[in-house]
Design a binder for this molecule. Structure first.
Ligand code: AGP
Length: 613
């Protein structure tokens, strides 16, 4: 029996529109969450038609096109990225038992026991999934007899683990949604309702959302919505308007979401700064954050995964250099099992674009358990990390659809920089003149990025030259080492070329053995306090006939004439260099992947938000 852990996207619709068309469109916008099989169920006057297909959503669309059985204005749909169990039609959602149809995102941890009990009661199972126990459990309660809504409540209280579910039944024109630990939101349209794992799925139809909390249940009947908990006690949740629009979640004329989001970075950073900097007064503040007394803080932790972890590494440099408070960095999947030594004198900062990364959520909960003050830096309003941490600061990057994170990274660094200034003020370490000077530096960043983007063709030519290389080494020192890590991650995850990054000072301790005339070495080295030492690393590579590609700034760099290629970015202060130097590295990875023809927005084996461990 294969337990199936699934990261996926669910959507549901009730309204006057054509459910199948609306749901397929919504699924296509969720494909970045996972895409190895998809399914749909349409309710129409006491009948439910279900179709499931291996492969991308487009395969499902073709399957049901022009089939009048799939006409109707109520339905559910699901796109899947499996971490266990092969992608197959049999395991695709929706799953059904008698009249009950369910789509699910999450992991039912006690599904084996439930399955045994239900089998003993004569239930037949068709798939290997944990999800399939949900419709069977509901159906078994309905046979007692029990009303549909009560049978659902009873079943949900028996489930252990995480779930975001959409449920319909053949007999009644009712849709039910419920949430526990997996993301689920309600879209409130004009006379129509949506349920979705994530806002971009339905942004073309509404930008008004209700963010469900764990233990919430939503019942949609006769185009009316009622909210309750699993004990049927009425609850109230605000309808929030997100400033995202469907167009923003579209490609806007770009070939891929990733390149669109790279070019959106000037705007994303400007939006992240708006309303938070008061240059004249030399102040930085956040309307969504009221820090407690931080004079007691003796240690800061920054914990995340992937690209967000690289943002934390930069955070360490700038926080320690300016606040002189120890900052410990950790990868969330390591942190949560290390029994970290922390307490009320610790601040735990969690960085996450999606706010739904399972390991980062677990790290936050571990920190809370130990009494630390938890602060999340997220891009998604209403996400678990945004809601559950003691404090939150939002990046205002807008929806990031490309699996490879770009504008989220540069806005995360921007937020960490603003947080540094804010905390520096509160601690009396930074006076208003210092803060004013630093504010004026970050205010110039959007224009400096735009200048880099205006010169993107130079990077495109570079990518064309190196696209056939099979290995890359990225090196950097100080704040440039996390940038080198990020450049290597971008390249490997979208082009599938092997790329690794090292602290430049580590070359002599092993990596230099790799150097030969076939190995391109990307050196991230603006002319800053680490530059001289990095020059000697470049010499080491050149004397071994290595191929150096230098990413530096406009200041004169001794090695500019000696290296094979150089890309320059505008100068800025040390703390902000990564926001600029990462942009040509993002473009370098993008153009190589584009030339190679890989699936840039949905790279193989990856999902945008890893909501399983
Ligand atoms: C970045 O390009 C990757 N897609 C991935 O490493 C990502 O940064 C990581 O999964 C963390 O996601 P989060 O920021 O949503 O927590």
């Amino acid at each position: 029996m294969e337990e199936e852990e699934i990261v996926c996207g669910i959507v549901g619709y009730m309204g006057p529109g054509e459910a199948s068309r609306i749901l397929i469109e919504a699924l296509k916008r969720l494909e970045y969450r996972g895409y190895d099989s998809a399914g749909i169920a349409i309710w129409n006057e006491g009948k439910v038609e279900v179709a499931r297909k291996k492969g991308k959503v487009e395969e499902l669309r073709k399957e049901i096109a022009d089939n009048e059985k799939f006409q109707g204005n109520l339905g559910l749909a699901h796109t899947r990225w499996a971490t266990h169990g092969v992608p197959s039609e049999r395991n695709a959602h929706p799953h059904r038992a008698d009249d009950v149809i369910v789509v699910h995102n999450g992991i039912i941890e006690n599904y084996l026991e439930l399955k045994d009990e239900l089998r003993k009661a004569g239930q037949e199972f068709l798939s290997d999934t944990d999800t399939e126990v949900i419709p069977h459990l509901i159906s078994s309660f309905m046979r007692k007899p029990m009303a549909f809504i009560d049978a659902i409540r009873q079943a949900l209280t028996e489930l252990q683990g995480s779930f975001a579910v959409g449920i319909i039944n053949k007999k009644d024109r009712i849709m039910v949604a419920a949430k526990k630990e997996s993301p689920l939101i309600i879209g409130v349209g004009d006379g129509e309702y949506f349920i979705a794992s994530d806002a971009p799925a339905v942004l073309d139809r509404t930008n008004r959302f209700i963010f469900l909390e764990d233990g919430d249940m939503a019942v949609f009947k006769d185009n009316q919505l009622s909210l309750m908990d699993f004990q049927r006690k009425e609850i109230v949740r605000p309808v929030q308007t997100v400033s995202w629009t469907g167009v923003m979640a579209e490609k806007g004329g770009y070939k891929h979401f990733m390149v669109k989001e790279i070019f959106e970075q000037p705007r994303a950073i400007s939006d992240t700064l708006i309303g938070r900097i008061r240059e004249e007064q030399g102040e930085v503040g956040f309307e969504e954050l009221e820090l407690p007394d931080i004079s007691k803080i003796r240690k800061i932790w920054m914990v995340a995964c992937g690209t967000s972890y690289h943002a934390c590494l930069i955070g360490k440099h700038i926080f320690e250099a300016n606040l002189r408070i120890p900052v410990e960095i950790d990868i969330a999947s390591e942190f949560r099992y290390r029994d970290p030594i922390m307490g009320a004198d610790s601040m735990l900062i969690l960085v996450s674009q999606s706010g739904e990364t399972a390991d980062t959520i677990a790290a936050m909960r571990e920190g809370k358990k130990k009494g630390a003050y938890t602060l999340s830096v997220c891009n998604v309003l209403g996400s678990t990390l945004a809601r559950e941490a003691d404090g939150v600061v939002f990046t205002h990057a807008g929806p990031e659809i490309g699996v490879a994170s770009t504008k989220a990274f540069t806005t995360q660094i921007s937020v960490l920089y603003l947080l540094l200034l804010h905390m520096g003020q509160k601690l009396g370490i930074m006076d208003s003149d210092t803060v004013r000077d630093l504010i004026s530096e970050i205010k110039k960043i959007p224009r400096k990025i735009q200048k880099i983007l205006d010169d993107a063709h130079a990077v495109e030519e570079l990518a064309r030259k190196y696209m056939t290389c099979k290995d890359f080494l990225f090196i950097g020192r100080g704040v440039n080492f996390p940038t080198a890590l990020e450049g290597a991650l971008k390249l490997k995850e979208i082009s599938y070329i092997h790329a690794e990054a090292y602290a430049a000072g580590e070359m002599k301790h092993g990596p230099i053995a790799l150097i030969d005339e076939n190995l391109p070495v990307v050196v991230v080295s603006p002319v800053d306090q680490t530059y001289q030492k990095t020059c000697s690393n470049i010499e080491e590579v050149l004397t071994r006939r290595g191929r150096v590609i230098l990413f530096t700034d406009d200041a004169s760099h001794d090695m500019r004439q000696k290296v094979e290629n150089a890309i320059t970015v505008p100068e800025t202060i040390y703390e902000l260099e990564p926001i600029l130097t990462v942009v040509p590295l993002q473009l370098f990875a993008y153009y190589i992947a584009n030339f190679l023809g890989t699936d840039v927005d949905q790279p193989r084996n990856l999902a945008k938000s890893v909501t399983v461990e």
